[in-house]
Design a protein around this ligand. Structure first.
Ligand code: 8YV
Length: 299
């Protein structure tokens, strides 16, 4: 008899299909459940774990696991696995996409053409990224993939993380100093309590009126009201944002700002990444239940 798995969120249409080939898939909690799949944005609460007394593994569809109650999982000896690596390149591509779109005002330009205003309205000049300073906050796999791309665009890379890494980029211990030096500040750090509100008002003030903030990490890492104020008052020059504090809500004030590019948490939303994430999720469960441990356990 195949092992009962609770698919708490669809995550991606391919996942139910892949799971059903090897497991008995439940869409509602059941006391027989031994494995569970959740998405990075939904996580798993202690209450959910209590309703699944035989749960042995949570396979997270996504790299960020901050929505899973880790203490509760550890206390119950529940293994947590995530999907690192397979989404790195897609997330980094989106970061550069947002950076270029914001610097060159691509979304505003697109609207101008669609509104048949080409030749009728002046289009303000954009900012060249070549030769500019790119500060990366968080230098894990995704941060490094972003840095490699930004470097290829001729940008000078500096970074801030908890611990310095052996990388050919300038390490800056103080986040505010990094912001001060950066034309573009790109956020690629994990969410959760340790990073909550790290991009606070003084960091935004240091980024300055021509500085551009790019966030493909988590909305929680930014003091969102401070960001809205900084954009409204011109304290920073612009922002490219894929993540928000209370998704899917986006602060109303941002919707009319031309210097802001907004996307609905699309970092890993490519055919390639989502397929690989679904496959890794299933592979984690397969390996675990074969007695070989999860392939990519967290931490
Ligand atoms: C996903 C993500 O969109 O991997 C992550 O942590 O934020 C994204 O890849 C998300 O996990 C799906 O809910």
């Amino acid at each position: 008899m195949s092992i009962p798995i609770y698919l708490a969120h669809e995550c991606t249409p391919l996942l139910p299909e892949l799971l059903a080939r090897e497991f008995r898939v439940f869409r509602e909690p059941d006391s027989s459940i031994r494995g569970m799949v959740t998405s990075g944005s939904q996580g798993v609460s202690v209450g959910q774990m209590e309703r699944l007394p035989n749960l042995q593994i949570i396979a997270n569809f996504g790299v960020g696991v901050e929505q899973i109650d880790m203490q509760a999982a550890q206390a119950r000896h529940i293994v947590v696995a995530n999907t690192p690596d397979v989404l790195t390149e897609s997330v980094a591509e989106l970061a550069l996409g947002l950076l270029l779109a914001t610097a060159r005002r691509l979304t505003v330009a697109d609207r101008l053409v669609r509104e048949r205003l080409w030749g009728k309205r002046n289009f303000p000049l954009g900012t060249q990224v070549y030769g500019k300073n790119c500060g990366v906050v968080g230098m894990g796999r995704i941060g490094q993939a972003i840095a490699r791309r930004a470097e290829a665009f001729g940008m000078k890379i500096a970074y801030h993380t908890r611990n310095r890494r052996d990388l050919p980029y300038r390490f800056v211990t103080d986040l505010q100093a990094l912001a001060q030096d950066s034309d573009f500040l790109v956020l690629a750090l994990p969410g959760g309590p340790a990073t909550e509100g790290m991009i606070e008002a003084r960091v935004l003030a240091a980024l300055g009126p021509t500085g551009i903030l790019i966030n493909v990490a988590r909305g929680s890492v930014v003091d969102e009201p401070a960001l809205v104020r900084a954009l409204l008052t011109g304290q920073i020059g612009g922002a490219g944002l894929d993540v928000f504090a209370h998704e899917p809500q986006v602060p109303e004030e941002l919707l009319d700002l031309e210097q802001v590019v907004l996307t609905p948490h699309l970092g890993s939303a490519t055919e390639e990444a989502r397929r690989a994430m679904a496959e890794l999720c299933v592979a984690n469960l397969r390996s675990f239940f074969a007695g070989e441990g999860a392939l990519t356990p967290w931490p």
